[in-house]
Design a protein around this ligand. Structure first.
Ligand code: SAM
Length: 490
């Protein structure tokens, strides 16, 4: 679609108007925050302000402002697309695997922690690559070039020739939980992506030949998900249970904690009204891992009780690796770990509870989510809370006319209005935001499990098939598109 100067001008003007309006709000907010921080009452800051400070998120103490920040990010993404050479945009996308590879090496050799430690010891801001190379065990010249490439994404910076220091982004790599979370993608994710073309062509060929002979296509275990081609037919979570993958499995479970930080889930207790649930309400955390959700919810809502269900080896890790808080909750009877396959019927003792599924359904294709939902439904739940990602089917990127551009941005500014099944009850407004990470997650889910990140309509339909009506949505302010979907049994 050729773009006339008139159309380009309309597009750029719309985008710059968004930049103008959102940055005005952000500036006003930061100025107010600056004043607040110098006031003596700073110690009385709200829960949201404390979490935002802890996570170093300057705009997320306030959901309206975090929405403005998200809109600004989206506008910046589009401004680049509007003004850069289109071939450069495509080339950058086609070669982004180099960035991922550079990051993999930096994570493996823990370069960020090395820079932090050596700078603290020497009292100097940066570290020369000849020193870094010795500790990181990566050839000096290549290490410098890898870090220089990463610095173009704001990860590390070269403060003088061949001297590198951390940035706000590279400092996040000092956290083991975050490195573990990235590790899930940088190892199994990369492998699954590498075999995706082969998986797609083999499946297409099998489907076409079945179609030609009038049969339904049947796929061998290796072709049930792209990752299965890597794992010789073992589904990802079964592969994780193999003794030879114990280290990877441990990394995965720690990585799920890191995932909570990436998604800003420390706000969970205010993004959903857990505090308003009656005392001793029982919540069954289905596929709850090692208790990442409880770590986030119980400090603010200590009146609740949880049963954390997962596969045997995972709940064992949950008990064995329990930190001081978790140990106390277990002793007080606030938390109980339970080995429970979520495809099997729920035990009688959890009947009537609230069931909670956090980042579980996106690991499962529809047919398997239905199996889990039906088992939960049979346990007569009082409510179901699904914490998962919503893909927003995207707004147009560009039009060939100025009028078309203004229509695109009218919609983008309005955001997405999500209406519940029973009128205003389920209303929630979701600000238009970048779908880059959301759609990447969708591919992860496809690559690992032949599963997906779902749109609101897909969630509604699936929940209904499983016996639940979606009644309300609670967007999670600092997440990459996640929300709590509240559903009632029908
Ligand atoms: C993506 S993780 C989410 C963990 C946890 N809800 C969280 O957000 O930290 C998916 C979890 O589902 C668990 N899982 C996989 N298959 C399961 C099954 N058949 N029954 C119970 N849990 C299962 C995995 O062990 C893993 O802990």
């Amino acid at each position: 679609m050729a773009s006339s100067p008139e159309t380009t001008l309309a597009r750029l003007s719309e985008l710059l108007d968004i930049v103008d309006a959102t940055s005005k709000s952000l500036r006003g907010f930061l100025q107010a925050e600056q004043r607040r921080k110098t006031e003596p009452s700073e110690s009385n800051k709200s829960f949201s302000q404390s979490v935002a400070d802890d996570l170093k998120l300057p705009f997320h103490a306030d959901t309206k402002i975090s929405g403005q920040a998200a809109l600004l990010c989206l506008a910046c993404e589009r401004i680049k697309q509007a003004v850069a050479s289109p071939r450069h945009i495509v080339f950058e996308a086609a070669t982004s695997f180099w960035t991922a590879t550079a990051l993999k090496i930096a994570v493996e050799s823990d370069v960020a922690s090395l820079i932090l430690k050596i700078s603290e010891e020497t009292g100097k801001e940066g570290v020369h690559v000849d020193i870094l190379s010795r500790y990181a065990k990566v050839e000096e010249d290549f290490l410098a070039r890898l870090l220089r490439q990463l610095s173009t994404s704001g990860i590390f910076q070269e403060i003088s020739p061949l001297v590198f220091s951390n940035t706000i982004s590279s400092l996040t790599l000092v956290s083991k939980e975050f490195r573990s979370h990235l590790g899930i993608g940088l190892y199994a994710g990369m492998n699954a992506a590498a075999v995706l073309p082969e998986y797609l062509s083999q499946r297409f060929a099998l489907a076409a030949s079945a179609d030609a002979s009038g049969r339904a296509a049947e796929y061998p275990p290796e072709l049930l998900a792209p990752f299965n081609l890597v794992s010789k037919g073992k589904p990802f979570f079964q592969w994780l249970q193999l003794p030879e993958n114990a280290a990877y499995a441990e990394n995965f479970n720690i990585g799920m904690r890191g995932h909570g930080v990436v998604e800003g889930l420390a706000f969970l207790a205010v993004d959903y009204p857990f505090v308003s649930l009656p005392a001793d309400t029982l919540i069954v955390d289905v596929g709850g891992g090692i208790g990442a959700a409880e770590d986030l919810i119980l400090p603010s809502a200590p009146h609740l009780r949880f049963v954390i269900q997962d596969l045997k080896s995972v709940v064992e890790q949950g008990v064995n690796d329990a930190g001081p808080n978790m140990k106390r909750w277990i002793d007080e009877g606030r938390v109980r770990f339970q080995a429970q396959d979520f495809y099997a019927p729920q035990p009688r003792e959890v009947e009537g509870a609230i069931f909670f599924a956090k980042s579980v359904f996106h690991n499962n294709p529809d047919s398997q989510v239905l199996r889990v939902l039906i088992n939960i439904r049979q346990a007569k739940p009082s409510k179901l809370l699904v914490l998962d990602r919503l893909v927003i089917p995207h707004l147009r990127i560009e039009s060939s006319t100025a009028a078309g551009e203004s229509e695109i941005y009218q919609k983008l500014r309005a955001g997405v209005k999500l209406s519940g099944e029973n009128g205003s009850d389920g209303d929630a407004e979701i600000v238009s935001s970048s779908q880059r990470i959301t759609t990447t997650y969708d591919l992860y889910m496809g690559g690992f499990f032949a599963a997906k990140a779902r749109t609101l309509d897909e969630w509604r339909t699936l929940l209904l098939q499983g016996g639940f009506r979606l009644t309300r949505l609670y967007p999670l302010r600092a997440s990459t598109g996640q929300a709590i979907m509240e559903a009632n049994p029908v």
